[in-house]
Design a protein around this ligand. Structure first.
Ligand SMILES: O=c1[nH]cnc2c1ncn2[C@@H]1O[C@H](CO)[C@@H](O)[C@H]1O
Ligand SMILES: [Zn+2]
Length: 331
């Protein structure tokens, strides 16, 4: 299988985890910010989470550096364009990018400016390349909650015109969903779709809660439904698609090795899975690499790959028109 040429869909990719190291250097120079190093290799090393990362929190510390240069409209627009450009160049046909508007306010940008800049960069790339995309707004579940409704309100202007969904991200604590019920409800009322990071570092119970309390239609990672019967059955019965991110899951110790990843067992048992990058830079990966890893580690046939690709289409938050376009690539 030619992993580079084969059409791909990425439904779980963080903007701030996917910044080119060279862009960090250039933006820091333009913005007169001092970096820990001027050497591109050292910058890259600082941005990539090590294989030996002890846990998710260590992994999440890698976002500080890229976020430091993502505080202006120009920088956000540029980085958004580049993520879509990088994906398009490896035959990703559809990409849903997520980011946390709360993390881009250090110089006083409004949520409208932040979200608008990301959407603008994406649209520029959609015009230039054969790629379509949408944005997901990630709320950081460890930050104060007083501005969540403002973010949802600001995104509404772009809803179904660049923005499609609501997500909760960041460190995962047991039972976190309970505190977010009114916010998820507010987002759904406004027309947002819902995907939630759950069952990555936390238990299957978080997945159960994300679906039953928050209305999640997809789950970011969801690995720990393994061994939690109620969560497993709920995900399977309600056809909730899991956004699997193999390299990231090994880095954050959600699984010890790729071979121990439950993705194949899930797939064989009829649990819907998709293959995604999570963070192109922090996980030092591409969709080509993620597809290769899964196909080779688990001996998937071309047909099985396209079955997963089809799950990604049908469970994407794309418009019907874009889904039609993506179906045309199925063999
Ligand atoms: O795998 C992950 N699990 C949970 N949170 C994550 C993951 N990757 C990135 N982020 C968090 O999402 C924020 C917005 O993009 C990032 O700044 C990071 O804190
Ligand atoms: Zn993620």
């Amino acid at each position: 299988m030619n992993y580079f040429n084969i059409p791909k869909i990425d439904l779980h990719c963080h903007l701030d985890g996917s910044v080119r190291p060279q862009t960090i250097l250039e933006l820091a120079r333009q913005q007169k910010l001092s970096l820990p190093s001027e050497d591109i290799h050292e910058i890259q090393t600082l941005m990539v989470a090590p294989e030996t990362c002890p846990n998710l929190d260590e992994y999440l510390s890698r976002f500080e550096l890229p976020l430091s240069v993502m505080q202006t409209q120009e920088a956000i627009e540029r980085i958004s364009f580049e993520v879509f450009e990088d994906a398009a160049k490896e035959n990703v046909k559809y990409l849903e990018v997520r980011f946390g508007p709360q993390l881009h306010q250090q110089l006083g940008l409004t949520f409208d400016q932040i979200i608008g800049s990301a959407v603008k960069g994406m649209k520029k790339a959609e015009q230039r390349y054969d790629i379509h995309g949408n944005y997901i707004l990630s709320i950081l579940r460890t930050l104060p909650k007083d501005d969540i409704r403002d973010i949802i309100d600001a995104g509404q202007k772009y809803l179904n015109n660049g923005v499609v969904a609501f997500d909760l991200a960041g460190s995962e604590l047991p039972g976190f969903c309970h505190e977010f019920v009114p916010y998820a409800q507010y987002a759904v009322e406004k027309g947002y779709r819902v995907t939630i990071h759950a069952g990555e570092q936390g238990s299957g119970q978080n997945v159960y809660d994300a679906v039953s309390l928050l209305g999640a239609e997809r789950i970011g990672h969801g690995i720990h439904i393994k061994g939690h019967e109620q969560a497993y059955d709920l995900v399977k019965d309600q056809a909730i698609a899991l956004e699997t991110c193999p390299s990231s899951n090994v880095q954050t110790k959600a699984v010890d090795t790729l071979g121990q990843h439950p993705v194949k067992a899930f797939h064989k048992d009829g649990v819907l899975i998709t293959i995604n990058t999570d963070n192109r830079t922090v996980s030092n990966t591409t969709m080509t690499d993620e597809v290769r890893k899964v196909v080779e580690e688990f001996d998937l046939t071309r047909q099985e790959y396209f079955d997963i690709y089809k799950v990604s289409i049908e469970h994407s938050f794309a418009s019907e028109r874009v889904k039609q376009h993506l179906r045309a690539f199925v063999e």
